[in-house]
Design a protein around this ligand. Structure first.
Ligand code: GAL
Length: 702
């Protein structure tokens, strides 16, 4: 698909489903793309995560007034309120939530309601202590936290079905309820209890059919682990030395991801059947990798996720939230998404986060989300809790409830968004470059982490940042996605491959794409078993190179020397390449394999494959490598961006919105090579665009 065909596909899919879907639940596909702005009556979803149940009702009107005055039109509520919604088994009370919704609705604020299953009530634990999950060591958790139950426990599931049904029935016709968030941050803890074990056995049976097939594909001949009954198969729990068969372990990771998707589906099916006009989502966690989000997201209508830039990384690493936004967008066909929890204050549970950031940073991070395709942002949380585990986790308001600097910044953004909304609607992020995330490889590297210093996501970031420094939009996609619209595809350390993926990559390159592969690719088959072909196994022909030797050493002073004589550190892993049809782009500089190839280029069909046998700690190295790939593939770089400035583009036919975000404390200038207008004032803009400190500019280009 070319770029404009891709844009048209996204646009035509992204209708508000209520208008597009026929009458009944039976006719509806499992998940329907949602235009979030249209879902919210033409308004950008701008809100807060609100816990009215923790405050006196006398305060609710003041809250709603303050929200409205700040331009807030949305709240997410209820995801931990099971004990209040169902104080006794089978006795439901939504009256308090009805009152909150009425007050909010009167102030132009609509809601997504969380199904409250993230926090089962004490009476459920008391009645069925076995709902608690069991950890790897076989120890059952004890009541007192949240999301600590086994996803496979029948008592929990029955109670969850019952409360979700009651919630859906109660709110199916409420116009102030836009939709439901299923549970809260699903994906942990992994389960090791007996219900989970039984479910894993059923999953294995469905996958392999016979024990003979499982024994063969898992290579259970090793250490004499051949199974003669399904019931003998263990979970990768606390074995001696902490080891389990990597094949069993990878299937357990897949099983747990599937079990989580099935759990979301269980709730989604109830909600769809009873409340077909409501949009469904669940709040996800960016780079969190226990779940294959590309699979789970088939169950929901739109992606929502929780963005905590300070929690995730050094706040100076301004590209990092972008990578997570792009992965989240990519986990559901690059449809626009929303941030369900956007950092709105200092994080902290038992201890405070060590550094306060200016309130303006929160606005900039929220705009960064928009620049990457968010059509909704909801700040966590409206007001810092007086109670419980999160007393130190700052909301917009502090416990005193008075307007503070963060509130003023939120209000500033709230006053800007109505102007921006018509410009945003129908625009999408379109990228010439994609990073391929392989959930199988990510899991397999957790199981066998290769060497100290290896970090799968870290490698994604090295490439991601290099493209972003050039102002190039990047998609982050999954193996089941269509690769054909991209000019450059980077698939770092593609450790676990299967024939379908190899043939997709082959098609991509044959028809003109540029593929970048790196060390430890093609090592394992889909059963997490090492290939018996010469490395990089099924990718050898594409790469035009073979690997007969490698050096896993990560501490020595190895270097990579490119054809121009540039010397860069080669810090993680060293595949010593033996090109068959490829030419050499760089060699190693030190040790017994000095002058042996470190990076190759292979022409294949109409395209190219670059194979990099190592990893560098030098950003300049990745700038040069991606620049070379862009040159081969005809990807145009953006303007020169000062350090600390990010550019991201959203577009619709005939119009581009250019976001320039300045994360530094200094004014910055970017020189664009096209005529633009300022999105807020509409005024024509000089080519030299000035951006004030911790601020952004949004420009419209034809
Ligand atoms: C999120 C979670 C919220 C809240 C927040 C701050 O991960 O969804 O409920 O706990 O972190 O800790």
């Amino acid at each position: 698909m070319n770029k404009s065909a891709k844009l048209m596909a996204i646009l035509s899919a992204a209708v508000l489903f209520a208008a597009a879907s026929p009458s009944g639940a039976q006719n509806r596909p499992a998940s329907r793309p949602v235009n979030l702005i249209r879902l919210n009556g033409g308004k950008f979803i701008y809100g807060v995560d609100y816990y009215p149940e923790a405050w006196s009702e006398a305060r609710w009107t003041k809250d709603a007034q303050m929200m409205q005055a700040a331009g807030i039109n949305f709240v997410r509520m209820g995801e931990f309120a099971w004990a209040k919604m169902e104080p006794k088994e089978g006795e439901f009370d939504f009256s308090w939530l009805d009152r909150a919704l009425r007050i909010l609705g009167a102030h132009g604020i609509r809601a997504i309601l969380g199904t409250p299953t993230a926090a089962p009530p004490p009476w459920l634990y008391a009645e069925y202590p076995d709902i608690e999950a069991v950890n790897k060591e076989g120890v059952r958790y004890r009541f007192g936290s949240r999301r600590d139950y086994s996803l496979e426990n029948p008592h929990f599931l029955a109670a969850a079905r019952s409360v979700v049904t009651a919630l859906a029935e109660h709110y199916k016709n409420n116009p102030d309820v836009l939709g439901f968030q299923i549970d809260n941050e699903v994906g942990s803890p992994r389960c090791y209890d007996s219900d989970c074990l039984a479910a894993f056995h059923a999953w294995c049976r469905a996958k392999y059919g016979t024990l003979a097939a499982l024994n063969h594909d898992w290579g259970t001949i090793f250490w004499g682990q051949t199974y003669s009954a399904w019931s003998q198969i263990p979970l990768p729990w606390n074995t001696l030395y902490g080891v389990s068969n990597p094949s069993l372990w990878l299937d357990y990771d897949r099983f747990f991801s599937d079990a989580t998707s099935d759990y979301v589906k269980m709730q989604a099916d109830i909600l769809r059947r009873i409340a077909p006009s409501k949009a469904l989502t669940t709040n996800e966690m960016g780079l969190f990798d226990a779940i294959d989000y590309s699979e789970l997201n088939r169950q929901i209508d739109f992606v929502a996720w929780d963005n905590y830039p300070m929690l995730a990384q050094d706040p100076k690493d301004y590209f990092a939230p972008g990578l997570a936004h792009d992965l989240m967008r990519g986990s559901k066909d690059n449809q626009n998404f929303m941030v369900m929890e956007e950092e709105g204050g200092l994080p902290g549970w038992s201890t405070f986060w060590s550094r306060q950031v200016p309130a303006m940073d929160y606005r900039l991070w929220a705009y960064q989300a928009i620049a990457h395709g968010a059509d909704g942002v909801s700040f966590f949380r409206w007001r810092t809790s007086r109670y419980g585990t999160e007393q130190y986790w700052q909301g917009i308001l502090d416990q005193d409830g008075v307007a503070n600097s963060r509130y003023k910044v939120v209000a500033r953004m709230g006053s800007e968004l109505p102007k921006l909304t018509p410009l945003l609607e129908g625009t999408h992020v379109i990228s010439p470059v994609a990073l391929l995330v392989s959930p199988d490889s990510r899991w397999a590297f957790h199981i066998q982490p290769l060497v100290k210093g290896f970090n799968y996501d870290g490698q994604l970031a090295l490439f991601y940042d290099a493209f972003r420094r050039k102002g190039i939009n990047v998609d982050v996609i999954f193996p089941s996605d269509d690769f054909s619209s991209y000019k450059v595809l980077v698939a770092p350390s593609l450790f676990v491959v299967n024939p379908v993926l190899v043939s997709k990559l082959t098609r991509f390159v044959s028809s003109g794409g540029t593929l970048i592969l790196t060390y430890r690719s093609g090592v394992k088959n889909q059963y997490n078993v090492v290939t018996k072909e010469t490395l990089p196994g099924a990718l050898s022909r594409l790469a035009g190179t073979e690997i007969h030797e490698f050096d896993p050493e990560t501490t020595q002073q190895q270097t990579i020397v490119d054809r121009d004589g540039g010397i860069y550190p080669a810090t993680v892993w060293h595949d010593i390449l033996s090109p068959t049809t490829a030419s050499v782009l760089a060699h190693y500089g030190e040790d017994f394999y000095a002058m042996r190839p470190a990076m190759t280029l292979n022409g294949f069909g109409k395209g190219h494959v670059i194979y990099l046998g190592t990893q560098s700690s030098s950003a300049t190295f990745y700038d040069r490598l991606t620049g070379f790939a862009d040159g081969l593939a005809g990807v145009h770089r953006g303007p020169v961006l000062p350090k600390g400035v990010e550019m991201s583009v959203r577009q619709r036919p005939g119009e581009k919105l250019i976001f320039l975000l300045n994360y530094t404390n200094q004014p910055q200038t970017v020189s664009l090579d096209e005529a633009t207008r300022d999105a807020f004032s509409g005024d024509p803009q000089k080519r030299e665009v000035k951006i004030s400190p911790i601020n952004l500019r949004i420009l419209i280009a034809p």
